[in-house]
Design a protein around this ligand. Structure first.
Ligand SMILES: NC(=O)c1ccc[n+]([C@@H]2O[C@H](COP(=O)([O-])OP(=O)(O)OC[C@H]3O[C@@H](n4cnc5c(N)ncnc54)[C@H](OP(=O)(O)O)[C@@H]3O)[C@@H](O)[C@H]2O)c1
Length: 269
């Protein structure tokens, strides 16, 4: 299977208004000279990024303001992205978390996490597979999951479960594809320093966070080289192999102590 060649091609990046999505958009524009369709809810952030990238990288950017937790909005993003027939790839990156006791997570917030991280992603992936998985079509899709999808993460129980879904879904679908020129990659970072983790609850965990530029660089590498499931960072990859030999209950128990300490400290401040 040939690598993706992004120069002058149109790539959709969801969740491009901050964090990993914004940084991947920047690197796709500056380094790979890709044209971008950027989607998220915050119009001002997307318009600022469009102005910045069109000026500094000389590429074209289309903004789609959408709430991807609403299935019709997710459909609109894909319909507008494929409308002129030149979409080459999509990075479905938008996601939300909740860090705290699961019993304290209001039901509406839980539903919103589920709709953003799972329903919206599946909805968009279904349409993208229909679009790309046919003879003569060339392209790739990358689903941004998390290492939290590999083992149960206490105090991020709902988030961890949504990412386990995305990992299983993306990896299973990878092996259903019939077009050899189309791929689905799952990208599974450990912690990254972004808006998501810029919260005092994560203070005790901040030493483990990867700089967003590194995570974005490795994410784009995984996308271009059509990896099946890719974990950025050598230490994360080694840790992941090592953890496969340990019982999930043991890992989850150890994590629970570290996470609870961080949460408790934040609550005491
Ligand atoms: N940070 C980490 O430690 C970490 C680790 C592993 C995996 N990840 C994954 O990486 C991805 C990006 O997260 P991040 O760390 O970059 O967090 P972030 O800075 O909070 O960015 C999240 C992005 O998702 C968008 N988004 C959230 N809800 C949305 C909705 N309903 N509709 C449309 N867009 C929505 C946000 O845009 P708007 O608010 O403008 O809508 C924002 O652009 C997520 O899937 C996350 O699970 C993060």
């Amino acid at each position: 299977m040939k690598n993706l060649a992004l120069n002058n091609k149109w790539i959709l990046v969801t969740g491009a208004s901050s964090g990993l999505g914004q940084e991947m958009a920047r690197q796709l524009a500056h380094i790979h000279k890709a044209n971008l369709i950027i989607a998220a809810r915050r119009a001002d952030k997307l318009e600022d990024l469009k102005a910045e990238l069109e000026k500094a990288a000389g590429i074209k950017v289309k903004v789609i303001v959408a709430d991807l937790s609403i299935p019709e909005e997710a459909d609109r993003v894909i319909n507008e992205s494929i409308a002129n027939g030149n979409l080459y790839g999509a990075i479905l990156n938008a996601g939300v978390t909740y860090f705290g006791r699961h019993t304290e997570l209001p039901w509406d917030n839980f539903e919103s996490i589920l709709k953003t991280n799972v329903i919206g992603v599946v909805r968009m992936t279904n349409s993208l597979v229909k679009h790309f998985d046919k003879p003569g079509s060339v392209g790739g899709v990358m689903l941004v999951s998390s290492m939290a999808g590999f083992f149960p993460v206490p105090y991020q129980a709902a988030y961890s479960a949504t990412k386990a879904f995305i990992t299983a879904f993306g990896n299973a679908l990878h092996n259903e594809l019939q077009n050899p020129d189309f791929s689905i990659t799952v990208f599974s970072p450990g912690g990254i320093a972004t808006e998501m983790t810029d919260n005092s609850k994560f203070n005790e965990l901040k030493g483990w966070l990867m700089p967003v530029s590194e995570a974005a660089k490795e994410g784009i590498h995984a996308f271009i080289t059509r990896k099946y499931n890719y974990v950025p960072g050598l230490l994360n990859r080694i840790g992941n192999v090592f953890m496969n030999f340990l019982p999930k209950r043991f890992i989850s128990g150890k994590m629970s102590k570290v996470y609870l300490k961080s949460l408790t400290k934040a609550q005491e401040e």
